[in-house]
Design a protein around this ligand. Sequence first.
Ligand SMILES: *Cc1c(COP(=O)(O)O)cnc(C)c1O
Length: 395
Amino acid sequence: MKRGINIELADRVRNLPPYLFAEIDRLKQEALKNGADIIDLSIGDPDIPTPQHVIKELHTASLKPANHRYPSYIGMLPFRQAVSDWYKRRFNVTLDPNNQVLTLIGSKEGIGHIPLAFINPGDVVLVPSPGYPVYAVATSFAGGEVYEMPLTAKNNYLPDFNIIPQYILTRAKLMFLNYPNNPTSAIATRKFYEDAIEFAGRHNIIICHDAAYSEIYFDNKKPLSFLEIKGAFEVGVEFHSLSKTINMTGWRIGFAVGNSDILAGLGKIKTNLDSGVFQAIQEAGIAALNTPDDKLNEIRMKYQKRRDVLYAGLSQISALKPLKPHATFYLWTSIPKGMTSMDATKLLLNEAGVLTTPGSGFGQSGEGYIRFALTVSQDRLKEAVTKIKKVKWLV
Ligand SMILES: *Cc1c(COP(=O)(O)O)cnc(C)c1O
């Protein structure tokens, strides 16, 4: 007699794109097992600990019984107020904490859920390529169709709205943008945001701007908030995270700000799925948002020095054409023509013991590139450069 049941995954899971990072992880594990010293530059997770003042606040806040109960769905008012105060200080943008700020369980949670609020089957979502993979997966989970907007060197890694066909535009409901950009490290100009807002208004498209890296910038060039631009509040929202800004990836706290109707739509999804962020973490989040500038500058300087080491080193390798990062902790470089990004990744892993991320993992337009993360020490980056210089790029 047959025992048990047939366990079959739903189509939305079976149709997920092949997870190429699983293959890379397998290769890495194999190399480690053979005793290789791997310098892992594939990780988008800060190696620097969360600052002490944030940890202390979590400790104090965790002792309060009021914080042990269900939190408010949209986030506690003092946290939303602290977000509003930070926005005023940082961007000179005024946010009403009552309806223009929504607390998230990390920005990935909000990005992953927002298509459920606005996308019907057959609707199109415009997604940058290369881009953070969650935009496309969240779209398909909601039954939407992904249209990849290529980010190319020729356009300074900004999408060209003029090449999107009319039949796509009539079905497009939502667009993801992300600057400073993962994986390319590109930053957007004021003119670009103005064009995006005009384009969104003309075609009735919601803009979701992912600003996870707004505070990881170099050479004192502060990135803009999308909400600083005239008309932004009418068409969109911006996602932020404490993860990258202040080394809190493990804590799971972020927020969305901007258009109150769009935030209310996302809020409807969330109230039916989750119950908010542990209040003690929100109180620690307030401390994080009030981190003195000196401390943030210290974090930026650390990444900037690493950027200098890696960029200078890779620039001397004729097979590579690295883009100098002005923000994020990533470095994006083209590889020799005729080689796939997976080939290049394997070559660097096998011959230099350096693990990078193949551009094809971020969408079709990422092919021909690889991404390095600046999440290891300067010394390790120097070592990586020395080893990469010895690689023979036969193609
Ligand atoms: C890391 C990252 C996020 C998610 O960060 P959270 O930890 O979920 O807040 C969102 N967008 C991009 C582009 C990222 O690289």
